[in-house]
Design a protein around this ligand. Structure first.
Ligand code: IDC
Length: 483
């Protein structure tokens, strides 16, 4: 050993070797593990050119993703498995970690930060972009927790500044009549951005605007003086419409870069709806302008903006019946599919009422052979289940369902009908016994864009042993904005 250490050749060889090792380590740390095979691998560092978000080759890019709900309430849906699943199955290229400051969030529970870190690491591993969102809301003035924000973003930018995946959103939705752009928000942003820029010279920073991130136009006279800044515009399709879209166009015309870092298919309170026509209007508008977005929210809260239903587990792999109507809409928008299910019932809630069914006699029971999930609906003799579902915003309506028919004989039948607002018409009448079978019916044109549309399933059976099982009832249509 002694002689090896003394030998100058071996010593310099060892020195070079260790330098090489250090370099490889450094390099490995700087790039995502994926390189060219992932979305971030292909698009790299983002930059803002004029009003447009662009990739490393200066080509316009549009990111589409989900926002978490409050991390400390619904953090169970935020992990490597869900993020990879959403990337692979929905085509998600962006994830937003909504870290509430108040409402039991970071200020009282700084540990919530660990969830942010878990999500950021998961997004880096998955090769997608990730927004670290300082989710002010009831604390309308971002200056209230400015020192905590600076400390938080100092740490985040130190940890993640070298990764092209990361986007900072430094104040979700400033609000309150005294909380103006030039008076409160911009001075806050100047300080927080300076902190981030010390560690991260170029990743994109999204800055909230007044009136719950709707006041993007106030930026015009007093823009921030940093590179790669975008301004948040948040909308809820049931509440906000053309006026906000016109404002976006005005701002784009003035070279103000806009990021729709939060939007919902519902009203702005997160409930009511969904609003398919209005959502389609918004989505077409964003697509035409390549404006990036994140949808509120990846949670199973009992509010219509939540994408998941209580049957959704915490690890992804969700079937369409684990998704709410909002979740279905957003999933297929992300996948770029125009024809898609807009309602899907798997009876997993064990309650007909949660799917809006009207029921005479039918039950929901467990079935080992169910085509998806654990539960199915059972019809014995003279049972009916029916449902009203407006098809406004959809055309070329189809019904898909899985059924099994047992011990039917003679004139026994399972009847499937639809209603156009005036008359019921038969789609099918089945008497043949069968194991689980999936069938799809195209429903005539009068079912399109029809607020009074209904479907109905009826059983007419002669023996007590006869039974009809029903599962995965889907209404499928093409999104349209015809009124
Ligand atoms: C809503 C949640 C709701 C929660 C409420 C208060 O959907 O469950 O009770 O916050 O924490 C926003 C906010 C976002 C809101 C959402 C819907 O950024 O936090 O979430 N919304 O109201 N701005 C406009 C709408």
């Amino acid at each position: 050993m002694q002689c090896i250490k003394k030998n100058p050749f071996i010593r310099s060889f060892l020195a070079i070797l260790s330098l090489c090792l250090i370099f490889t380590q450094l390099f490995a740390g700087c790039s995502s593990p994926d390189n060219n095979n992932t979305f971030v691998g292909r698009n790299g560092k983002l930059k803002v050119i004029g009003s447009q978000l662009c990739n490393q080759k200066k080509e316009p890019i549009q990111l589409k993703g989900m926002s978490s709900h409050s991390l400390n309430l619904f953090g169970r849906f935020v992990n490597t498995n869900t993020i990879q699943y959403l990337r692979d199955d929905w085509g998600m290229t962006l994830f937003r970690t909504a870290m509430y400051t108040e409402e039991g969030g970071y200020i009282k529970n700084p540990d919530t930060k660990k969830k942010v870190q878990e999500a950021v690491q998961a997004a880096i591993d998955a090769g997608i972009y990730v927004i670290i969102d300082w989710h002010i809301l009831s604390d309308g003035d971002p200056n209230i927790y400015k020192s905590q924000a600076k400390e938080f973003f100092k740490e985040m930018s130190t940890l993640y500044g070298k990764y092209p995946n990361v986007i900072y959103e430094i104040c979700n939705e400033p609000n309150g009549k005294d909380v103006t752009w030039s008076g409160s928000i911009k001075p806050y942003a100047d300080e927080v951005i300076s902190v981030i820029r010390k560690n991260d010279p170029d990743n994109v920073i999204i800055v909230g605007t007044d009136t719950w991130s709707q006041g993007i136009d106030a930026v015009e006279k007093d823009p921030l003086n940093f590179k790669n800044i975008m301004y948040a515009l948040h909308f809820y399709a049931g509440t906000h419409g053309k006026e906000l879209r016109d404002r976006i166009d005005y701002c784009i015309g003035k070279n103000i870069p806009v990021f729709a870092s939060e939007w919902g298919t519902s009203l702005s309170n997160g409930s009511d709806g969904v609003y398919p026509v209005e959502t389609t209007q918004w989505i077409n508008f964003l697509d035409e302008r390549k404006i990036s977005w994140a949808n509120w929210s990846l949670s199973d809260k009992a509010e219509s903006s939540a994408a998941l239903t209580p049957s959704a587990n915490s690890n992804g792999g969700w079937t369409d019946s684990d998704l709410s109507e909002s979740g279905l809409m957003v999933k297929y928008i992300m996948k770029g599919k125009n024809e898609a299910p807009f309602f899907c019932e798997g009876f997993e809630s064990m309650l007909f009422t949660s799917g809006g069914w009207n029921v005479t006699g039918a039950m929901i029971l467990q079935d080992q052979q169910a085509p998806a999930g654990n539960y199915v609906s059972i019809l014995k003799n003279d049972n009916t289940i029916s449902k009203s579902k407006s098809t406004k915003g959809y055309k070329s309506i189809k019904l898909e369902l899985a059924y099994s028919l047992r011990n039917l004989k003679g004139n026994d039948a399972f009847t499937i009908e639809w209603f156009d607002g005036h008359t019921w018409s038969q789609l099918d009448k089945i008497s043949q016994n069968s194991d689980w079978t999936v069938k799809k019916y195209a429903i005539p044109e009068a079912s399109s864009n029809n607020p009074d549309f209904m479907i109905r399933f009826t059983s007419s059976l002669s023996e007590p042993s006869a039974k009809i099982s029903l599962d995965e009832v889907k209404l499928i249509g093409e999104r349209t904005i015809e009124n």
